[in-house]
Ligand binder design. Sequence first.
Ligand code: ADP
Ligand code: NI
Length: 218
Amino acid sequence: MINQSLIVEETTEFVREKLSGETTGHDWFHTERVFRLANYIAEKEGADIFIVQLASLLHDIADWKFHDGNEEKGPEIAATWLNNSGLDKSRINLIRDIIREVTFKGNKVENKISTIEGKVVQDADRLDAIGAIGIARAFAYGGYRGNEIYNPALKPKNHNSFEEYKKNKGTTINHFYEKLLLLKDMMNTQTGREIAEKRHKFMEIFLENFYKEWNLDL
Ligand code: ADP
Ligand code: NI
């Protein structure tokens, strides 16, 4: 028998050490928030808590954006870690698939998730991309990419493939229309939808005020 809480504890330390101090919005605190939210949703939705805990902890261990677009890096590092921790192959594969599937690939790209555990982790990850924290992360990431905050001449785009989405160099305000405002309707679970509703409203108010200030509507 494996000691589940020990694996979760050791994985927490492994990820914390790897992601601490990261400044593009994929820092350890993002993972910690996703972990906490995923636990909450998993309980409400009746998903396997252990799988959800490990997958949420490991979901951003090596994002494609920071590994020359290599989408396999994260799932691979996670699988190696879990293998060394003594987890059985079938659960390792399950977690590896979840990590592979949760990433957002562009607003016109189909994104299928087969397990309830994957759905929960994806909802938690997406919820951290919207609302007040989502806004903060978007501007942090946009700055890191060297993108403008806003440029009235640049219109939002649809991305028909993951390749197109990866290369995108638009403004951060456009990112709201290309991704953030769409997430509410892409939630997998009822619990996720309810939380998304509140965070979505806050982003709408933010944008409304942003344009008001921009246009000197005092
Ligand atoms: P996921 O966690 O689904 O992989 P991403 O890694 O794409 O999501 O995004 C991580 C964070 O960076 C999110 O808060 C997201 O909104 C933000 N982000 C991603 N792409 C952009 C962009 N082009 N401009 C601004 N923020 C972005
Ligand atoms: Ni994430």
